[in-house]
Design a protein around this ligand. Structure first.
Ligand code: IVH
Length: 691
């Protein structure tokens, strides 16, 4: 019989040593990179060592061990997952859905009662941890080598997902020498929010289905039968407990507390959340719950609550279990950020610039701390992609300050005959044609200020705090004024008399007086506020300030040519054209003149000395797909800094900005010795010059 050792004789002692050394180094640097987030060698050096090991292993395949760093990716697609019986069952936790502080207080009271502690006994010590929103995983190590990864399943029997779990960089394949011979580490596999966003963008680009949330994406990746696909799904891991472990009698560790056990896991190379803390008694549990609740939206990953565990393992043993739940732990939930509701209608709203936005009208639902009745569907493509129809049951999500969103339709609940949404081809407010321009995602009403929706939005925009600020002029009042044909244009605002205002429905004399005063006050403004208030497309507050600073006065801006506008900091051709087009229209100039005639004033200054643009005279060529910027965005940034973007590479090209799948242009640039940048190189270049 041929043994491994005989085969191993094929490798020289030097090679054997190098293989061992490379594996040790690669394990160490993977831990620094994935777990500690503190790499100490460049990626290229890691890749070089990895390739060296791969080639040594290719020469001596008999030396490949399952814990070799090269074994993270690979393996064949499976037909199905094998079943794994857990040596120690994987428990679940009792859930406290009371999202008040009483949730923590009730748990502490229960623990004290079960331990027979009276009011005079000291506070019980707990470990408080985030409740990670992913899926539970049991990692089995024998003699320090990862031999099996299994899902929870029904708690007794799970699925063997070792191939996929190996691809997770944060999970050690091999542990330091001092670990017990049998060690099962339990924790949560999850997907970070940034990884989730990126994955969904890629899925969308490839025309594949997107994932509803990080938990579904993580579960999908873990249960992916093809490990090559799983390897492309970025997963992370937090350890929070143990399964089977070599008992103390046989030389295993004798931890006294849950916290000490977590510290040991950390020292062995497992990621343990930095948010884990110790809490004495109910008051500190409540404080923890509130503190983590405040941090929730800013974390890089989703959590759906916190978990409290009695810290002393002796007390845990004393308390034991009820059915499948330990008496010594509880999950205290946060308010849900996702809920089901039904779509009662899809409305199309018209914005200030005529943009048509489909909005799902929802049966009111309490989610993420507020009652939600509307969720934007953004535009036609997005509405189609989600295929939201009236009558559908949908999942609505609201996280933090983010606007509520329909994440998905529950397909099984669709009513027969539900009709697909189509964007109207006429403006639902004024009946003008609605058009979608080439390359644009949005339909726009072509009615301009003929469209009352656009008029209303234009007035609200002008009157807002960041523009000229007319205090008290809100949506309801503007609706009344425009719908009742009391005002048609911005200057009409300043012609409103007390009588006209006071005669409006539900308008008290006092309020009418306040509005008149507020209008009077708004007349004294600044040039940037006035400019911003005009609502010129692409002119936000920052651009308005730059324009005012550069030209000093309004007339100079109104008469500036596109070339002159391009001299302004941060202004590229799109903005320059938009400003020019706005002031080329007689009715817009008329509005400005009438506002001035009504007494709207501001101080004007001298034009600033033009500062030369940093990239003036430089020619760029864009090729391939950049990771975050679209072609148009990159072009706009370059042009705003004074550079030019050309279509083909020549000796005159100063820089080629190359993304993925860059083709012949990149080759040409290389052969001509033209400087090549990636997206971050471009950003650095722009930042160094523009400061
Ligand atoms: S401890 C003895 N700690 O919540 C209790 N579970 O039903 C064993 N979970 O599916 C679990 N974060 O995947 C524990 N810090 C944490 C957790 C956590 C998330 C999940 C776990 C399990 C479910 C509990």
């Amino acid at each position: 019989m041929v043994t491994q050792d005989l085969f191993a004789a094929g490798a020289s002692p030097l090679e054997l040593e190098r293989i061992a050394q490379l594996r040790r180094l690669l394990h160490e640097h993977a831990h620094r990179y994935y777990v500690l987030d503190e790499p100490t060698i460049p990626d290229a050096e890691y890749d070089r060592m990895f390739q060296e090991l791969q080639s040594l292993e290719a020469q001596h395949p008999e030396l490949i061990t399952p814990d070799s760093p090269t074994q993270r990716v690979g393996g064949r697609a499976l037909e199905h997952f094998a079943s794994v019986r857990h040596a120690v069952p994987m428990l679940s936790i009792r859930t406290e859905t009371d999202t008040q502080s009483s949730g923590a207080e009730n748990f502490d009271a229960r623990v004290r009662r079960e331990l027979g502690l009276d009011a005079s006994a000291p506070a019980v010590e707990y470990v408080a941890e985030p409740k990670f929103d992913g899926l539970a995983m049991s990692l089995r190590y024998e003699h320090g080598v990862l031999v099996q990864a299994a899902t929870r399943g029904d708690g007794e029997v799970g699925e063997d997902v070792t191939q996929n779990i190996r691809t997770i960089g944060q999970i050690p394949l091999r542990l330091p020498a001092q670990v017990p011979p049998v060690l099962e580490v339990r924790g949560e596999v999850y997907m970070r929010r940034d990884d989730f966003q990126r994955l969904n963008e890629q899925q969308r680009d490839k025309g594949l289905k997107t994932f509803v949330n990080t938990r579904n994406a993580a579960a999908g990746a873990v249960r992916q039968l093809d490990p090559a696909i799983a390897a492309q799904r970025p997963l992370s891991f937090f350890a929070y407990g143990l399964g089977e472990i070599t008992p103390a009698e046989s030389g295993g560790p004798a931890f006294e507390t849950h916290y000490a056990m977590l510290q040991a896991l950390k020292s062995w190379g497992f990621p343990v959340s930095a948010l884990v803390g110790i809490a004495q008694g109910a008051a500190e549990l409540v404080a923890y719950y509130e503190a983590i609740g405040r941090q929730r939206d800013g974390l890089g990953f989703d959590i759906d609550g916190v978990v409290y565990k009695v810290n002393s393992l002796a007390l845990q043993r004393r308390m034991g279990f009820v059915t499948r739940e330990p008496r010594w732990a509880v999950a205290h939930k946060f308010p849900a950020q996702e809920q089901f509701t039904t779509v009662v209608g899809i409305e199309v709203q018209v914005g200030r610039t005529g943009k048509l936005t489909p909005v799902a009208k929802l049966a009111p639902v309490f989610v993420g701390g507020v009652t939600v009745t509307n969720a934007t569907l953004h535009n036609e493509d997005e509405a189609r992609r989600k295929d939201v129809r009236v009558g559908d049951t949908v999942i609505v999500r609201r996280a933090g300050d983010v606007i509520p969103e329909v994440v998905a339709v529950v397909a099984e609940k669709r009513q027969p005959g539900a009709i697909e949404f189509t964007m109207p081809r006429i403006c639902p407010v004024c009946g003008s044609a609605a058009v979608r321009e080439e390359g644009e995602a949005d339909y726009r009403c072509t009615g301009g200020l003929f469209c009352s929706a656009q008029r209303k939005q234009a007035i609200l925009h002008f009157a807002q705090r960041r523009a000229v600020e007319v205090e008290g002029l809100g949506e309801k009042l503007v609706d009344q004024l425009v719908d009742g044909d009391v005002i048609r244009t911005l200057p009409d605002l300043y012609r409103l008399g007390l009588t006209a205002l006071a005669s409006l429905d539900r308008m008290a004399d006092k309020s009418a007086q306040n509005i008149v005063q507020a209008l009077e006050k708004s007349k004294q403004t600044t040039l940037p506020r006035f400019l911003f208030g005009l609502g010129i497309r692409h002119v936000g507050e920052a651009t308005a300030k730059e324009l005012a600073r550069h030209f000093g006065g309004l007339d100079a801006i109104m008469n500036a040519s596109e070339e002159q506008l391009l001299q302004v900091n941060d202004i590229g051709p799109i903005v320059a054209q938009s400003v020019r087009t706005f002031f080329d229209q007689a009715h817009n100039r008329e509005v400005v003149e009438q506002l001035r005639a009504c007494g709207v004033t501001w101080e004007e200054g001298a034009p600033a000395l033009a500062t030369p643009k940093p990239l003036t005279g430089k020619t760029f060529v864009l090729t391939g797909t950049l990771p975050t910027l679209s072609r148009d965005e990159a072009k706009e940034l370059i042009e705003a800094a004074g550079g030019k973007v050309a279509g083909s590479v020549s000796k005159k090209t100063d820089y080629v900005v190359a993304g993925t799948e860059a083709g012949s242009k990149l080759e040409k640039a290389q052969s001509l010795g033209v400087a090549i940048l990636d997206e971050s190189g471009l950003q650095t270049l722009l930042a160094t010059f523009t400061g």
